[in-house]
Write a protein that binds this ligand. Structure first.
Ligand code: ADP
Ligand code: MG
Length: 213
């Protein structure tokens, strides 16, 4: 193993989850505003409630492996968030945690993130283009995988994934929602950025930030 290459370990897993909680707190109003346009206006508060509970759970967890940090994050989101996003992100984090060796290199992290996307798709049955979490998560995994396969280190792969997730979130604007609450609006869902795709981009940007050190 190349010891100069930064690895995804327990400390980084915890830093990632804490960075997501901070980003959700900062962007709560924006997420709620987006969800007010095409949903019921609770996406920011749902995630804020969920990640506040995750922070409290993390304090009871030390020392634990990165897998445990992430599976616990997932279970906490499932139990604390009533909206669609709670079970979807909850299942994703549980799958990521279950798939992740500790420590993990970039290719391991790519596969663990892909397992998270599979879990979201298995539960929510959304395809790319349905204007959901999947529209940010799918390009993020593709970018992470491709960058890692080209031999990039974790910070570079995570940055490419974050850029792709942000682009994927922006690309939801012209889409008509076909899953979730926004789908009830039909064509009126067109012209708005999807709240869940937006929070997925926050999640990948948080990973890029902590991986950059
Ligand atoms: P709720 O819709 O129950 O109020 P939230 O407001 O927390 O839950 O989350 C809404 C977001 O959940 C949407 O913007 C969308 O991205 C995501 N979402 C909804 N249904 C699905 C699904 N079936 N698959 C993937 N993501 C979904
Ligand atoms: Mg909502």
């Amino acid at each position: 193993m190349d010891f100069d290459t930064p690895l995804f370990d327990t400390a980084l897993a915890e830093a990632w989850v804490r960075a997501i909680a901070a980003a959700v707190e900062k962007e709560q109003a924006r997420l709620t505003e987006l969800d007010s346009a095409i949903g019921d206006g609770d996406h920011g508060s749902n995630l804020h409630r969920g990640f506040s509970a995750v922070l409290a759970a993390l304090d009871d967890l030390r020392p634990a492996g990165s897998g445990t940090v992430l599976t616990k994050t997932g279970s906490t989101l499932i139990s604390k968030v009533g909206g669609a996003s709670g079970p979807l992100y909850g299942k994703a984090f549980r799958a990521i945690g279950a798939a992740l060796p500790d420590p993990a290199g970039p290719a391991d992290v790519a596969e663990a993130l892909a397992a998270g996307l599979d879990a979201v798709r298995a539960l929510g049955k959304a395809a790319p283009g349905d204007k959901t979490i999947v529209d940010a998560y799918t390009p993020a995994v593709a970018a992470f995988r491709a960058t890692a396969a080209a031999g990039a280190a974790l910070p570079e792969a995570a940055a490419a994934a974050a850029d792709a997730a942000e682009q994927g979130a922006r690309d939801t604007v012209p889409l008509q929602a076909r899953k979730g609450r926004a789908s009830y609006l039909g064509e009126r869902s067109i012209g708005h950025q999807d709240p869940g795709a937006t929070s997925t981009a926050l999640l990948f940007r948080a990973l890029a930030d902590v991986a950059a050190g």
